[in-house]
Design a protein around this ligand. Structure first.
Ligand code: FAD
Length: 492
């Protein structure tokens, strides 16, 4: 029997795909070679856009209850605050960074998945993939070594940065590994550090960033430019204290490390996220510095982008080439994130005294400008990213400043009214309603006299604008739908 979708890897990306696809009625199998879920806290930052998407998918409230909110990021030198980055300016109801251990995000996703009747198959490794015409042949090896050969219509490769599938399929992963060594630790800090702000301490030749996890616990990330930490074992509290004291001017005592690690930054992404019937996503497709707290979020959003398209193609409601827009929409977003984290890493790590003096002088001036603050907050929260200019947005028009491909803001309860398995047409005009109804199953119609009295909005399940226009644009709406979707058969 052919499996509609096999998901390889049950990290945050794979789990999101499984939650999303199974909720949309697609039969999925999800396998992970690890026997147990990871207990490492790894990605700590959950960004506003991720929260917007996960809230309407059932797990946002629990995440909010468990996490700690950072509403600003303060830049310091020594004990002097240079300027805050005002994250609370994000144009989102989640106008903060939610600090929550990745293991908790994964647990909540897996629990939601179990409620939807799907269990992660653990201790199951994919050892080979062979793409065919209509299916992909995959070999699975269980914990005891038993092999199973399966056929899948589509495979989602969310098997992490060393992706077996990416390598087997010969998809390149160009980029570079940065030379600096980084350390991080989750520990207790007794000292006068804010618990509702990220604190970033800049020094000549390195930085210390401290992320508040709540109740006195923090994630500390730092460079070690003077080689204060010898050996390559995971850093201890005493070693982190040495790095802290070297750079931070706020006295504090560091203790009780429950997870620590050393790492080097890789900055890479694939040139395409699709290889025939295999889709690459999450760290299998892109890796970069964890400093901006973007990585896991990008992976989750990859899967939200892919899943509704895949579900609609599988059940015949959408044309097959809709699937090409997964890669064409996500790659520009990923390139921007990789570039922005690379620039940030270069600025933060510079050992050049002139550059250090310059950033100390320029940061307060730049951050005094409203436009810079607004852009920075929206970028961190991933709410300014969108798909304007991609094929799917062509001919989709717009309304006011909102163009096809843009993120639709969650105003007036709009996200709660979204049909997460179809396009949602918000309109009050009869001619537009008639077009919407003729696309039953592809389009769900919502009366929206209060939201958009004159115009109409067609919103995708992932909260981006598919198309929009005025009362006279019924033909344009029909044309746009015709390009990507399959007109339902008329029943008499
Ligand atoms: C030390 C460290 C610190 C980090 N800190 C941050 C941070 O602060 N902020 C941030 O945003 N990101 C951070 N990251 C990155 C973040 O953890 C990743 O972006 C995130 O885990 C990506 O999720 P994923 O689901 O794409 O891949 P992964 O989480 O890597 O999951 C891949 C899964 O695939 C499974 N797998 C692999 N190969 C196979 C196979 N052949 N068959 C079956 N299963 C397989 C693995 O067991 C794994 O469970 C950090 C990473 C590390 C290592």
């Amino acid at each position: 029997m052919t499996i509609p979708v096999l998901i390889v890897g049950a990290g945050p990306s794979g789990l999101t795909a499984a939650v999303e696809l199974s909720r949309l009625g697609v039969d999925v199998r999800i396998v992970d070679r690890a026997v147990r879920p990871s207990t490492e806290s790894r990605a700590l930052a959950v960004q506003a856009r991720t929260m917007e998407l996960l809230r309407v998918r059932g797990i946002g409230d629990e995440m909010l209850a468990l996490g700690n909110q950072a509403r600003a990021a303060g830049l310091y030198t020594g004990d002097r605050k240079l300027a805050p980055i005002e994250l609370h300016r994000m144009p989102s109801r989640f106008n903060f960074i939610l600090m929550l251990a990745q293991s908790e995000t994964e647990r909540l996703l897996a629990e939601q998945l179990a409620r939807q009747g799907v269990k992660v198959e653990r201790g199951v490794e994919v050892t080979s993939v062979r793409p065919g015409g209509d299916t992909v042949a995959v070999t699975l090896r269980g914990a005891e070594g038993a092999e199973e050969r399966v056929e899948a219509s589509f495979v989602i490769a969310t098997d992490g940065p060393r992706s077996t599938l990416r390598k087997t399929l010969g998809v390149p992963f160009p980029g570079r590994t940065l030379p600096q060594d980084y350390v991080l630790a989750d520990l207790h800090i007794d000292g006068d550090l804010p618990e509702d702000e990220v604190s970033i301490f800049l020094a000549r030749g390195g930085f210390v960033a401290v992320f508040p996890m709540g109740r006195g616990r923090f994630r500390m990330m730092a460079t070690d430019p003077d080689g204060l930490l010898d050996g390559d074992a995971d850093p201890t509290a005493e070693q982190m204290q040495r790095l802290y004291d070297r750079t931070v001017g706020v006295p504090a005592r560091l203790h009780d490390v429950n997870w620590s690690s050393r790492f080097r930054i890789n900055s890479r992404h694939v040139p395409t996220m699709r290889a025939g019937r295999v889709f690459l996503g999450g760290d299998a497709a892109h890796v970069h510095s964890p400093a901006g707290g973007q990585g896991m979020n990008v992976g989750i959003q990859d899967m939200v982008n892919l899943s509704w398209k895949l579900a609609m193609v599988l059940d015949g409601r959408a044309r097959a080439d809709l699937l090409d827009t997964y890669s064409s929409e996500r790659l520009p977003v990923i390139r921007t994130v990789v570039r922005f984290t690379e620039i940030g890493t270069r600025v933060f790590n510079s050992t050049n005294p002139v550059l250090h003096a310059l950033r100390i002088r320029l940061a307060p001036k730049a951050l005094a400008r409203n436009a810079v603050q607004n852009a920075a907050a929206a970028m961190f929260g991933q709410v300014s990213a969108g798909y304007r200019g991609d094929a799917l947005a062509e001919g989709g028009g717009g309304v006011g400043a909102l163009r096809a491909g843009d993120r639709v803001p969650d105003v007036g309860g709009l996200y709660d009214a979204l049909d997460l398995g179809a396009l949602t047409l918000f309109t009050a005009g009869q001619a537009i309603v008639d077009v919407g109804r003729s696309w039953d199953g592809v389009v769900s119609v919502r009366d929206a006299a209060a939201l958009t009295p004159d115009g109409w909005l067609l919103v995708r399940p992932d909260g981006y604008l598919a198309a929009a226009g005025g009362p006279g644009d019924a033909a344009m709406l029909d044309r746009w739908l015709e390009r990507w979707f399959v007109r339902p058969a008329v029943t008499i």
